[in-house]
Design a protein around this ligand. Structure first.
Ligand code: FE
Length: 377
């Protein structure tokens, strides 16, 4: 299977939308919004913490008006997503307020604000983070034919608590001056002693690696996965990196020959430096497929405007938004049949792992413990 197939993407125009930062949030409170009937008690019964399996359809919330503001708590780059949010406001008349921070602080804030949170939607990266938010009871389940149609089931929470909106591949990168492409095959093979002193890895503290290892546990079981991780650690050329960009630059500078990173970090570098001396290799094409994760969103459990939040999620999954949302940060569209950038096309088609990304959350704790046990810092 290819996650890529070409379709023309409409160019979006720009218009004004409300954009505030954390410091501007004081202007946003419940008094700005009409009274609503979704009470704290009701929200509690809708939350996953209640574990009653009840699903609501925010679109049917009668008190939410079309012009009611949607407040997003987002860990995504403001500059990248603002043009899209502006377009949404132009098309729907729904203003959007954006609060930007890292995923952990955003979740802590929604939790601390409780019933008084201004947040309607959590927009973040990695299924592991969205799963965490769902586990904490911060999100409410939605039913949406639009999301069901636009987003393949493996990139959505089965209970409707969150949905993917773009895809990123975590794959192998290498120094072509030292490594023959034919020597590469899989994440698992990077544990082979032939890579001793040649491998670079990012820290195991990053959720991206926790999700990758979770997928390996799902495919191979804990015992074999631990063996692979021990092999990785034994092959390290240097200490683990704090970010993917430094890792890619370490391959370029000859510090290591091979490593694992997310595709969009490579895309950002390649856009700036087309001669960057590192190549991408699609991992596990002969086996499980390349590890693919999501950026995505969920409707906040205590949202004042769940119908507006769902409308925005649906809009972001649409043909008109998908190409731009994904290409804003060199990612892949989550909707099939949407064109991607020339840069991404140049990397070629690849087979993606078929695993449901929800597994990354379910197995996250086990993955963290396993990496710790195997000495992966
Ligand atoms: Fe990232």
């Amino acid at each position: 299977m290819s996650i890529i197939s070409p379709v023309t993407t409409a160019k979006l125009g720009l218009s004004a939308a409300i954009l505030v930062t954390m410091s501007g949030l004081t202007g946003c409170n419940k008094a700005d919004t009409p009274a609503k009937e979704v009470t704290t008690e009701e929200v509690a019964t809708q939350s996953p913490a209640a574990a009653n399996g009840e699903t609501i359809t925010p679109a049917s919330t009668p008190e939410a008006t079309d012009s009611q503001k949607v407040t997003i708590y987002s860990s995504r780059n403001e500059q990248l997503i603002k043009p899209l949010l502006d377009q949404f406001t132009t098309e729907t008349g729904i203003p959007v307020e954006l609060v930007t921070d890292k995923p952990g602080p955003l979740m802590a804030r929604i939790e601390a604000e409780g019933a008084n949170t201004p947040a309607d939607m959590l927009l973040t990266v990695d299924a592991g983070n969205l799963w965490q938010a769902a586990q904490k009871g911060l999100l409410q389940p939605v039913t949406s034919e639009v999301l069901d149609t636009n987003v393949p089931a493996k990139y959505r929470d089965p209970a409707g608590l969150w949905s993917g909106l773009s895809l990123r591949a975590r794959t192998i990168f290498y120094d072509p001056s030292k490594v023959e492409k034919t020597a590469l095959s899989s994440y698992e093979d990077l544990a082979d002693p032939k890579w001793k002193g040649k491998l670079c890895l990012r820290t195991s503290k990053k959720v991206y690696n926790q999700s990758l290892v979770a997928s390996m546990i799902e495919h191979h079981g804990a015992e074999k996965t631990e063996e692979i991780i021990r092999g990785w650690v034994a092959n390290l050329a240097t200490d683990v990196f704090s970010d993917d960009t430094s890792l890619l630059e370490a391959i370029a500078s000859g510090q290591c020959e091979v490593g694992i990173a997310n595709s969009y970090y490579y895309g950002r570098i390649m856009e700036e430096k087309p001669d960057f001396p590192v190549k991408l290799f699609w991992a596990n094409q002969g086996s499980t497929g390349t590890h693919v994760n999501i950026s995505g969103a969920g409707v906040v459990a205590n949202s004042d405007n769940p119908s507006g939040a769902l409308k925005l999620m649906e809009w972001l999954s649409s043909d008109k938004a998908q190409g731009l949302y994904a290409s804003a940060d060199k990612e892949y569209p989550v909707k099939q049949g949407i064109d991607e950038s020339e840069l991404l096309r140049s990397w070629g088609d690849f087979k993606a792992d078929d695993i449901n990304v929800q597994k990354f959350g379910e197995l996250q704790t086990q993955a963290i413990q396993l990496m710790d046990k195997a000495g992966y810092k």
